[in-house]
Design a protein around this ligand. Structure first.
Ligand code: ZN
Length: 332
C-alpha cells in the first residue's frame, strides 16, 4: 500500500510541477521510469502553430526550398529563429551545420536540449526531418513552384512541435538533438553529413526518429502512422506500449516493399551508428496525389491530423529519451 501511495504522490507532483528537479528528487525514491513517466503531463500539440509553420515553409515566397536557392536560406533562418524561440540551444554553438551538396552551399539546422541526468545525458537521441524540397519544375496549370507542403514541411513542423513539448516538460534524461536536414532530395546528403560529423565528434547516438509526410491521414488504418523498417528494432512496440489510449504505429507492407527504410534521413544514422533509426510517415501511396508536384500545397494539409500524430507519438518519445535504450533486432 505504501508503495502505491508513493507512486500516486509522484504522479501528482510531476503533473503539477513538471520540473526536472522535482522528478530528480522523486527518482531517489527508487521508482522506475515505467512508473514515473505515465504521471508526467504532456502538453497537447498546437494544430494552429503546426499550420503556421507548414504555411510559411510551403509559401511561394520560399520557391520550393531547393538546396542552394535563396528560398532555402530564408527557410533556414526561419527555422533557426523557431528553434531559438522554443528555447533550444544551438548544437555545438551553431544552429547552422554547414556542408556542400553537389557544389552548392547547404546547411542543416540543428538544436539541442541537454540531458537532465548526469549519466544518461551522454546518450543522444536525434529527432529529425528534412526541410528542403525540389524548387521549380515544369508548370502544371501555370504553377511551376513545387511547394513541398507535405514533403516535408509537415515533418519539419512535427519536429518543431515535439521540441516545443519536450522543452515545456523539461524532463529528458538523455540529450535530444533536433535536426532539420537539407539536401535530402539530392540523396540524403544533409543527414549523411550530420551522421558522419556526430560519429567523428564521438557523440553516443542511441536512437534516431525521423518524420516524413505526415500531412494526410492514412486510409482505413488501425494505427495513426506507419514506421519504416518496422522489424529492425523494438521502436514500434515501445511506442505502442507507451500510449495506452490508441494504437500508434505498425508496419505498412507497401512501404516495406519500396524499402522506404533506406530512402530517408533515418538511414545514414542506422549506417553510422547501427542503432534503431526509423521514420514515421502517414503517406500510404493512396491518400495524397501531389507527390513531387506543384500541387503539394498547404491547402492539402490536415493540421489537426498532424497534431494528433504528434500527440500519439509523444509518450513513446518520452520513453526513448528517458527509459531503457531501444534495441536493434535481427534483419529477417
Ligand atoms: Zn521527403
Amino acid at each position: 500500500m505504501k508503495r502505491i501511495l508513493i507512486i500516486l504522490t509522484a504522479a501528482v507532483l510531476i503533473a503539477s510541477c513538471g520540473t526536472q528537479k522535482k522528478v530528480a528528487k522523486l527518482e531517489k525514491t527508487a521508482e522506475t521510469m515505467s512508473q514515473i513517466l505515465p504521471g508526467i503531463k504532456i502538453p497537447k500539440a498546437s494544430a494552429s502553430q503546426i499550420l503556421n509553420d507548414v504555411t510559411y515553409l510551403a509559401s511561394d515566397e520560399l520557391e520550393g526550398r531547393d538546396t542552394g536557392s535563396e528560398g532555402i536560406l530564408t527557410a533556414a533562418k526561419y527555422l533557426q529563429n523557431r528553434l531559438h524561440e522554443i528555447g533550444l540551444q544551438p548544437y555545438r554553438d551553431d544552429f547552422f551545420d554547414n556542408f556542400q551538396a553537389q557544389g552548392e552551399k547547404a546547411f542543416n539546422i540543428v538544436g539541442m536540449l541537454p540531458g537532465t541526468d548526469g549519466v544518461l545525458k551522454n546518450e543522444v537521441v536525434v529527432i529529425g526531418a528534412h526541410y528542403d524540397h525540389i524548387g521549380f519544375m515544369k508548370a502544371v496549370a501555370g504553377d511551376s513552384i513545387a511547394n513541398g507542403a507535405n514533403d516535408n514541411a509537415t515533418g519539419t513542423a512535427s519536429v518543431l512541435a515535439i521540441a516545443e513539448s519536450l522543452k515545456a516538460i523539461d524532463f529528458n534524461r538523455r540529450t535530444v538533438v533536433f535536426a532539420l536536414f537539407s539536401a535530402e532530395e539530392k540523396g540524403l546528403i544533409g543527414s549523411k553529413h550530420l551522421a558522419k560529423r556526430m560519429k567523428a565528434e564521438k557523440e553516443n547516438v542511441v536512437a534516431m526518429i525521423n518524420f516524413e509526410m505526415t500531412g494526410t491521414p492514412m486510409v482505413e488504418s488501425e494505427y495513426i502512422a506507419y514506421l519504416t523498417g518496422y522489424d529492425k528494432s523494438n521502436m514500434g512496440a515501445v511506442f505502442n506500449k507507451a500510449n495506452p489510449s490508441r494504437l500508434v504505429t505498425g508496419k505498412l507492407e507497401a512501404a516495406a516493399e519500396m524499402n522506404l527504410f533506406m530512402r530517408s534521413d533515418n538511414f545514414p544514422f542506422y549506417e553510422e551508428f547501427e542503432i534503431p533509426a526509423q521514420t514515421f510517415c502517414t503517406f500510404d501511396f493512396t491518400n495524397f496525389d501531389h507527390y513531387h508536384q506543384p500541387g503539394d500545397e498547404v491547402s492539402q494539409i490536415d493540421s489537426r491530423h498532424m497534431a494528433a500524430v504528434v500527440d500519439a507519438i509523444m509518450p513513446g518519445i518520452m520513453k526513448v529519451v528517458n527509459d531503457e535504450r531501444l534495441k536493434v533486432m535481427g534483419n529477417e
